[in-house]
Design a protein around this ligand. Structure first.
Ligand code: MG
Length: 259
């Protein structure tokens, strides 16, 4: 008798368990992950032919700012007239009597390539030795200076963001040899009140070495005093004609890719 009761109790439990399972709501199982689910095919990046390594030419989508033949892409920022530096032998050399030059076109964010050479017979010391500079959007100077065995304040040396950020290395080639700058620049975004919402950012690569990495530019380049924040839009590339008495430097192979 006792055994019959036990069996009946087990049967009731089994029935109750099945009923409970039937009441559990069922949802679809997540689809099994396949490789293709995390692969994107569009949009395909544009095809760009890279520069030729032997001739050091610009990539096919670059805006060529100086190819060694003329200064058509440049102007005198003071007069608005033609840029009047000396073009010879595939290079342009600063004419200090003519002042700075800047591009006719304005740019937002970009990648800029330029090559520059301090003459072999350079004289002077500190800031008075092969001083020039490249101003991003006409506002922010990446210093150019002969810092080969020539010391100066570090936030004013070659590759510095002038008076704001020292480079992390001195990778100068000696006078008479070409130095290469590749500069990656992100233009700033401004708040209504003219302050930065996001700072301008810059990375400087000299002769293949990153010497300034994604730096937040603090404001305008000032010789005396501290940077100021000035609201602006797209701007030119400006090359500095520095007033020091040392022999002028030369540039070649300048191109830019808007980003
Ligand atoms: Mg300078």
């Amino acid at each position: 008798m006792k055994r019959i009761i036990s069996v009946s109790a087990l049967s009731l439990l089994a029935i109750a368990s099945v009923a409970a399972q039937e009441n559990v709501k069922k949802y679809p199982e997540p689809e099994k992950m396949r490789p293709g689910m995390s692969e994107f095919w569009t949009p395909q990046p544009k095809i760009v032919t890279p520069g030729d390594i032997a001739t050091n030419s610009a990539p096919s989508d670059a805006i060529v700012l100086f190819d060694g033949t003329n200064l058509d892409a440049w102007k005198n920022p003071q007069t608005g007239g033609p840029a009047e530096w000396n073009v010879h032998d595939g290079v342009m050399t600063v004419d200090k009597s003519k002042g700075d030059i800047e591009t006719k076109d304005n740019f937002d964010s970009f990648q800029l390539h330029l090559e520059w050479m301090v003459p072999e017979n350079i004289t002077g010391s500190g800031q008075l030795r092969g001083n020039s500079g490249v101003y991003l959007q006409g506002m922010y100077e990446v210093q150019i200076l002969d810092c080969f065995e020539n010391e100066t304040y570090v936030n004013g040396m070659t590759g510095s963001i002038y008076k704001q950020k020292a480079p992390t290395a001195n990778v100068m080639r000696k006078p008479g040899e070409w130095n290469v700058y590749d500069i990656i620049y992100t233009s700033p975004v401004f708040n209504e009140d003219g302050t930065y919402k996001t700072h301008p950012k810059v990375t400087v690569i000299q002769n293949g070495c990153v010497i300034v990495n994604d730096f937040d530019i603090q404001g305008t380049t000032e010789y005396i005093g501290f940077p100021r924040v000035e609201k602006h839009g797209a701007g030119p590339i400006l090359l500095q004609s520095h007033g020091d008495p040392s022999e002028p430097i030369s540039f070649r192979n300048i191109w830019l890719r808007p980003l």
